[in-house]
Design a protein around this ligand. Structure first.
Ligand code: COA
Length: 334
């Protein structure tokens, strides 16, 4: 058995910055409400007329991650792509970036686990590396939310939260099993699927329902019971972080860096307090990017690393919670 180790990280966010004040020109909201409830100051939204999509942004982040890994495209053995906003109903974004990056005809799978998508994705990649099947795997998280949001006052409870962006990493075989990804922990609870959901388009709401959809049909916009999601998130985040620590004989004092999914700054602060972590031990960038769902953990991890906040030997904890409900964690010895 091997471990897998992150050897290259990359991120890409669209240039177009949308501030809270910009949103207040589209809907009845304001900077104070958004910052107080979520911590978000601005987010990036793909501007109409650019070529960016989830697959394209994923490819841009991947290019950086591969370059930084020191590997060449031909060294990549497999692609795992996490997104809830794929370019097409099918095929998935994984096969698109095989083509966009000009990779060999390697396998590619898409992961559909929303905010927990990146944790699920590295867990899947880790298993392929552990068993020896593949040596180097490209793992991507990317989301293009902005085109699917209700940008009127009706949608303000959801729309102000989400942003576009992508992150990627190269996972590689590590012979020393005391290093790299030590363990991953995945969970789901489908009974709450309807608490955070985009119902349409789906095979249940297909042509002719799509063609006949009226403006008041909200099934095409994300629905979120925010308070319900918040309450479950704080419990599940804590549980799954503890589960990961315990599995590795660690306790909360051993955490050098916690990278929580950037759902809401208030959720991250709750977890920080619960685990008695200092500001230096938790990385947040939701203030700049909003919630980028499957891209959020990998964008945050990339930025934390770029800013020199993660060093060799650190215990890095990644954790996420989101629609499904799904939640998960990964314990990494850097
Ligand atoms: N601007 C101004 N007012 C807004 C608003 C906005 N963008 N969105 C909602 N409001 C209003 C509501 O209409 C409501 O008004 P009312 O009291 O007159 O009915 C009021 O603000 C409170 O709304 P509520 O939804 O109860 O607010 P909240 O304190 O629960 O905060 C969230 C809303 C979404 C910020 C919060 O529930 C949350 O963060 N939940 C978790 C979401 C999350 O993390 N999702 C990602 C998936 S993991």
């Amino acid at each position: 058995m091997y471990n897998s180790k992150i050897i290259g990280l990359g991120k890409y966010v669209p240039e177009h910055v949308v501030t809270n004040d910009d949103l207040s020109k589209m809907m009845d909201t304001n900077d104070a409400w958004i910052q107080e409830r979520t911590g978000i100051k601005e987010r990036r939204w793909i501007k109409e007329g650019t070529d960016d999509t989830s697959a394209v942004m994923g490819a841009k982040a991947s290019k950086i991650a591969i370059e930084r890994s020191g590997l060449s495209n031909d060294d990549i053995d497999f692609i795992v792509f996490a997104t809830m906003t794929p370019d097409y109903y099918f095929p998935g974004c994984g096969v698109q970036i095989q083509e966009l990056l000009g990779l060999k005809n390697i396998g590619a799978i898409d992961i559909r686990n929303q905010c927990s998508g990146f944790i699920y994705a590295i867990s899947v990649a880790d298993q392929f590396i552990k068993t020896g099947m593949y040596k180097n795997i490209l793992v991507v998280g990317a989301e293009y939310h902005s085109n699917g949001l209700d940008k009127t006052t009706r949608g303000r409870g959801v729309t102000v939260i989400f942003g576009d962006g992508a992150g990627a990493c190269v996972l590689s075989r590590e012979e020393d099993t005391s290093k790299g990804i030590l363990s991953t922990h995945l969970h789901s609870e489908g009974k709450y699927a309807d608490k955070l959901i985009v119902e349409s388009p789906s095979i249940k709401h297909w042509v002719p329902q799509i063609l006949e959809a009226k403006e008041e049909d909200l099934s095409y916009f994300p629905y979120m019971d925010g308070t319900f999601v918040f309450k479950h998130a704080v419990v599940r985040f804590s549980e799954v972080i503890m589960e990961g620590l315990m599995k590795n004989g660690l306790n909360k004092d051993d955490i050098d860096m916690l990278i929580p999914h950037q759902a809401n700054l208030r959720i991250a602060q709750f977890i920080q307090k619960k685990f008695a972590l200092s500001d230096d031990q938790v990385f947040n960038n939701i203030q700049k990017y909003g919630n980028t769902t499957a891209a959020s953990v990998i964008i945050a991890l990339t930025e934390a690393w770029e800013e020199g906040k993660i060093k060799s030997g650190d215990n890095v904890v990644l954790a996420a919670f989101g629609s499904g409900f799904t939640w998960g964690s990964a314990i990494v010895k850097w």
